[in-house]
Design a protein around this ligand. Structure first.
Ligand code: ATP
Length: 360
């Protein structure tokens, strides 16, 4: 059991700064997710901890010991990759047992531990199969087995579910969560899939352009995003952003002054006092759609409806402002209809239009 700490870690490749100012603490046994768009520096952050990439500056400590320049083999860290990186010419048993063989663990103990790991991952019947004949999900379990057999102090996973189909992804996701809880191993897990991140992590580290944007629980990053980037990245469909002018609680969209003209509740207005221009953020789930004219509502025209079973995603236009709304499937609207949208005042977000930082 180990705590991990990054202090001012930076990695540059020539002119390209992959990561910078990375300050991060991961508690003992915690499941931490590094999340962000492609190229934001997630993998580099993970590789620096594994010792596969040498930081340009900064320090990384494991349980208070500086490991920044310690050889990967001496860090007691196991890593699982997106492509599994299994040895194709070996059987499942040989793959899982390989780290113990390298560590000179005797044959009997090795066999016992292989059996144990195979039981945990429910793959004992696969032990003598060749890797090449396994499905993606089975290969993934073998990769997990090879990683956990050493009982590492820290477990690193880089998009381990990216190559699996949607259904398998969800079942492997819960398996990984249970395994992490049972083994109580400090874990860092990289994904660009915010749904995966929300469902797995104790703590989310949201990254963009090589920098950490926010660290928080899934609930915190969803409900209290610190800036427009985090607000837009977390949540599906993405949050709507509308440039508005604001005066005494009256909100008017610059591109749709007639249509998008609503009065916010007094309690909400206080949060934005002194702000006359802002970017309003409203999640698609926090609009209600009405087919009859409604007071204090945004008037809009339906452009597209996408049925999703119990819900539908409705794309509308209020003047030149496009909005996405999630509505119950019972609401009957079609392209060209006029609808009225009310919003749940207390759940709106305000952002500085210049910096993107949260206001209020
Ligand atoms: P993805 O989700 O696409 O894997 P990522 O968030 O994991 O992306 P990184 O792989 O850490 O991002 O890359 C961060 C930045 O550093 C990118 O701009 C990338 O091109 C650059 N980079 C990463 N590795 C190298 C390298 N070996 N040489 C040069 N540039 C690199």
């Amino acid at each position: 059991m180990v705590t991990v700490e990054y202090e001012s870690v930076k990695k540059a490749y020539g002119e390209t700064i992959a990561i910078e100012d990375i300050d991060l603490e991961v508690d003992d046994g915690e499941f931490t997710i590094l999340l962000g768009p492609s190229g934001c520096g997630k993998t580099t952050t993970l590789r620096c901890l594994a010792g596969l990439t040498e930081p340009t500056s900064g320090t990384i400590t494991l349980d208070g010991h500086d490991v920044t320049n310690v050889h990967p083999k001496n860090r007691n860290i196991a890593m699982v990759f997106q492509n599994f990186a299994l040895y194709p010419h070996m059987t499942v048993r040989e793959n899982i047992g390989y780290p113990l063989k390298v560590a000179d663990v005797g044959k009997e103990e090795r066999e016992n531990r292989i059996e144990q790991v195979a039981e945990t991952l429910e793959i004992p019947e696969l032990l003598d199969r060749d890797i090449a004949n396994l499905s993606g999900g089975q290969q993934q379990r073998v990769a997990l087995g090879r990683a956990i057999i050493r009982r590492p102090a820290v477990f690193l996973m880089d998009e381990p579910l990216a190559n699996l189909d949607a259904k398998l992804k969800i079942s492997m996701r819960s398996r990984i969560k249970v395994l992490q809880r049972e083994m109580d191993i400090t874990t860092l897990y990289v994904t660009h899939d915010q749904e995966e991140a929300m469902s797995l992590g104790d703590k989310l580290v949201v990254m963009d352009k090589g920098h950490i944007q926010q660290i928080g629980t899934p609930d915190e990053v969803y409900h209290q995003p610190v800036n427009q980037f985090v607000a837009g990245f977390i949540g599906s469909p993405s949050m709507n952003f509308v440039e508005v002018s604001h005066s005494d609680g009256q909100i008017q969209a610059e591109n749709a002054p007639e249509d998008f003209d609503v009065t916010l509740d007094d309690a909400v207005v206080k949060r934005y006092s002194g702000t006359d221009e802002m970017t309003l953020g409203v999640r698609p789930q926090y609009f209600s759609i009405h087919t009859e004219e409604t007071a204090n509502a945004v008037e809009a025209e339906v452009e597209v409806t996408e049925p999703q079973g119990d819900e539908q995603i409705v794309e509308v236009a209020a003047g030149d402002v496009s909005l996405t709304v999630v509505a119950p499937s019972t609401i009957d609207t079609t392209r060209g209809d006029t609808v009225w949208l009310t919003l749940e005042d207390e759940l709106v977000h305000g952002f500085d239009p210049e910096t993107g930082d949260r206001i209020g």
